[in-house]
Design a protein around this ligand. Structure first.
Ligand SMILES: NC(=O)c1ccc[n+]([C@@H]2O[C@H](COP(=O)([O-])OP(=O)(O)OC[C@H]3O[C@@H](n4cnc5c(N)ncnc54)[C@H](OP(=O)(O)O)[C@@H]3O)[C@@H](O)[C@H]2O)c1
Length: 328
């Protein structure tokens, strides 16, 4: 089978290249999947490159997501021919992942491909889009409805941000999209954003911990000073779903918005999410994400393109969602 193999030299440097690999080298697992598509997330950029401590052993096959067809199964829940999708569970980090023509994983990690989605569409969604859906479900569970007011999405041209914008707009929300790439305003408007907020407007914390109550909800892919600033702009009782750290892992915030405005900070993890919540989120993706808007986010790629794209996503230079045809 062909696979993107990352190797580590004695000096610690990593190199990634497409190679022929014997299938016998696939890791242990009870289901073997013929991978059709994979995708590119920020974390994939790390695992294609220096690893950032995520990859345990080399040579390594990255790819935290894949969709394909079951080839062989030792688990009664899956049979050859079943269409499946996998995101997270540290696949592509601690376990060989989706940047190969085949993958072998635990049956517990697989979700049947949701009705109404193709393998290619599922990977256009990928961990980024699945996480955006989890964030929106968490906001809804904490009372968000379109009548509450404008919802902010940060890192809006990125994977999480693009899918969050498209789903929220489709559900009838007014979406304010925060971006450092204002030249992408037409892209964001096409996804359904009704307002553009430049990154500069929110990139610094201010002395006043409470500002004008502005946002009814927020899907935050950026973290850092921007998240701290946003907390002080949330409406009374509103929630922020903290998804990412594209702008930094520190949170230089005051507790005042929690105490005086009842603001909620909701943590979102996609990697270890229990299976029932996964099925629910994928079913919501299939119904709530307009497929024409998803098509507008897609950048096509092959395994050979991944070393370059991996470096680009780490620099915030990838727009929307990359779909990797592993058999091309
Ligand atoms: N919690 C989870 O389970 C989970 C799952 C998936 C992803 N994540 C995390 O969520 C984040 C986004 O993932 P992604 O796949 O959407 O990545 P992505 O496609 O690279 O998008 C990140 C976006 O953030 C913005 N950005 C980049 N650097 C920034 C900076 N220094 N300051 C402010 N904004 C910046 C950019 O958008 P603009 O150019 O539009 O500003 C960029 O496109 C990452 O940190 C990722 O690790 C977490």
């Amino acid at each position: 089978m062909r696979a993107l193999i990352v190797e580590k030299a004695e000096d610690g440097r990593t190199t990634a290249s497409v190679q022929e690999v014997d299938e016998g080298r696939l890791p242990a697992g009870d289901v073997t999947v013929r991978v059709e598509y994979s995708t590119l997330n920020y974390k994939d950029g790390l695992c294609i490159g220096p690893g950032a401590g995520l990859v345990r052993t080399y040579p390594h096959v990255p790819g935290v997501d894949f969709a394909g067809t079951v080839e062989a199964s030792e688990d009664s829940r899956f049979s050859p021919g079943d269409k499946v999708v996998l995101t997270g569970w540290r696949v592509g980090e601690a376990h060989w992942g989706g940047y190969a023509e085949k993958a072998r994983v635990k049956a517990d990690w697989l979700v049947p491909l949701p009705e109404g989605l193709s393998a290619r569409q599922a990977m256009a969604v990928g961990t980024a889009g699945f996480t955006a859906m989890l964030a929106i479900i968490a906001l809804e569970d904490h009372g968000l409805t379109p009548a509450n007011g404008e919802v902010l999405v940060t890192g809006a041209t990125g994977g999480v941000g693009s899918v969050a914008t498209a789903i929220l707009a489709n559900l009838g929300y007014d979406v304010a999209a925060v971006t450092g790439r204002p030249e992408q305003s037409r892209y964001l408007a096409a996804l359904g954003a009704s307002k553009l907020v430049t990154r500069d407007e929110l990139s610094e914390t201010v002395k006043r911990p409470l500002e004008k109550e502005t946002w009814a909800g927020c899907v935050d892919a950026v973290g850092g000073a921007m998240l701290a600033r946003i907390l002080g702009q949330m409406k009374y009782g509103a929630s922020v779903a903290a998804v990412g750290l594209a702008g930094g892992a520190d949170l230089p915030a005051k507790v005042t918005p929690f105490l005086l405005r009842g603001v909620n900070l909701l943590g979102i993890d996609s990697v270890m999410q229990p299976i029932e919540a996964r099925k629910k989120a994928w079913a919501r993706v299939a119904t709530d994400l307009p497929m024409d808007r998803l098509d507008g986010m897609i950048v096509e790629a092959t395994l050979d393109d991944l070393p370059k794209l991996g470096a680009e996503i780490l620099k915030g230079q990838v727009r929307g969602r990359v779909v990797v045809d592993v058999n091309a």
